[in-house]
Structure formats: C-alpha cells, structure tokens
Ligand binder design. Structure first.
Ligand code: HPA
Length: 271
C-alpha cells in the first residue's frame, strides 16, 4: 500500500459516482441482503478496483455498493477479505482505508461469530463492546504507518460509545435481543478445539470469529467511529461440542439477518 495507490483506488470509485458517502458498512458472512435495499445503487467489483486485493475464486461475489439507505449516502462492502484466505493484515484492511478516503464519517461492521458465553443463544445478536486480538499480528505493523495516522493507536475505547448507546436503545424499542460482549478474533479457517473454547472463556471472550478486529484497528488508526454487531451462529460449549457445519452457520446468519438490518437502518436514521 502507498498513498498513491489509495488515491487511485478512490479516484476510480469517485469516477463511477461514489461521491461523499457518509457511512461505510461491512457485511459479514451470510449477511449480504442489506445491500439489496440500497437505492440508486452503483456497484464496483473488488476485482475491478485498482490496487484492491485480488479476490479468490470462492470470493467472486465481493463488491462495493454505493447508494442511498434511509436517506443517507452509504458505501457497503458485500463480502470482506479474511486472513484465512491467505491475505495479509494490510490487504484485508485496504478497503477500510479506501472508504475513509471516500469520506465516510462512521463505520458499521457485522460478522458471524460463535457464542463462547453460553447464556447467549444461536441466532442472538451481540453488540461488540471490546475485543481481544488473537490473530498474532497487526494491520499497523508496517513501515511508513505514520504517514496514515498515529502508529501507537489508542485502543481504550475502540467501539464508539454514543452509537453503542443508540443501538441499545433501538434494540429495546424494536424488541430485539441485543447481547453485549467481548469479541475474540482468531485466524481460522479451522474451528476451535475444546481446549481453545475453554481458554477463550477464561480470558474473557463472549464470542469468537475470524474477522472484524483488523478492520476495527485500522478504523481507530483513522479515528473513524465504529459500531459492530455479531450474529451468533453457533454455541461453542466445550463440554458438549458438536462439529460445526458451515452451511448451518450461514443459514442461522441468514435467519438473524433481518434483525441486524433493522438495527443498522434505524441507526442510520438517527445519525
Ligand atoms: N469459531 C467458532 N464458531 C464460529 C466462528 C468461529 O470463528 N464463526 C462463526 N461461528
């Protein structure tokens, strides 16, 4: 990544009409349908955007979508890049930097995650209040990082308090169960062992997944306020562990998706 590459990626999107988006949204696994509700949508496939990471075969559907949602200009990532696909930390967070350069003022993130806190149930939503980075690296550990922001980025409150409060109030009003907790990120793609689930519980995680944390670190580097919601797709009980079925994870995410869409749309209205 260089400043010039970021400028070229941004210029390509601006030339396509991606003008002054206010909000960026990252849609996680099984959570792509919000994109269908965008009005006057303009799409850019990741493969066509200069200097975007080259998409893998399984990932052909990844695209950026610009348009209007609840009266506001948004840019949506339908599909994200993961470390487990073989990308590095700088690659997977490049789109966040591009959305920032396009002008977004807030970032909404979603993901599918496993429930470590067994008071939480499959299909519940969890507002991420804090995280634990277990991915063994940082998207800020590269030469020249200071050109883009403070190297020693503060992480005392990485998830915006005002938007968290607002989202809690919306959930209450809409009768949507919104759990709150700590998200731990792992590289994957293998799922966790029983011993790993026990460890995750001991160290204070409520949910575990394979994304989000690098994006949140970069957003904090850019001083971009974030709100992030996990859809809990499976219950990770080390004492009664059943093999995870990825198809089922996607199905559960799809069933819970309307709740997440409702929360995000109501939050946009309030901003
Ligand atoms: N681990 C366990 N269960 C999950 C995950 C994960 O990373 N993501 C979704 N369900």
């Amino acid at each position: 990544m260089t400043p010039k590459q970021l400028e070229e990626s941004t210029a390509y999107l601006e030339a396509k009409g991606f003008e002054n988006p206010e909000i960026g949204i990252v849609l996680g696994t099984g959570l792509g349908k919000l994109a269908n509700q965008i009005e006057e949508a303009i799409e850019a496939h990741y493969n066509h955007i200069p200097f975007f990471p080259l998409a893998t075969v399984e990932f052909h559907s990844g695209k950026l979508i610009y348009g209007t949602l609840e009266g506001k200009k948004v840019v949506v990532m339908q599909g994200r890049f993961h470390l487990y696909e073989g990308y590095d930390f700088v690659d997977i967070t490049y789109p966040i930097r591009v959305m920032h350069k396009l002008g977004i003022k807030k970032l909404f993130i979603s993901n599918a995650a496993g429930a470590i806190n067994l008071d939480f149930k499959k299909g519940d939503l969890m507002l991420i209040e804090d995280h634990i980075n277990l991915q063994g690296g940082s998207p800020l550990a590269f030469k020249g990082v200071s050109q883009y922001g403070e190297r020693f980025t503060d992480m005392a409150e990485p998830y915006d308090l005002d938007m968290r409060k607002e989202l809690s109030a919306i959930a209450e009003k809409e009768n949507i169960v919104l759990r709150k907790g700590v998200y731990a990120s792992v590289v994957g793609p293998q799922l966790e062992t029983k011993a790993e689930y026990r460890m995750l519980k001991i160290i204070g995680a409520d949910a575990v997944g394979m994304s989000t944390v690098p994006e949140v670190i970069v957003a904090n580097h850019l001083k971009l306020p974030i709100v992030a919601v996990s859809v809990l797709t499976d219950e990770c009980d080390p004492e009664n562990l059943e093999p995870v079925n990825v198809q089922e994870i996607i199905e559960v995410a799809g069933k819970a998706e309307p709740k997440m869409v409702k929360l995000f749309k109501e939050l946009i209205k309030k901003l």
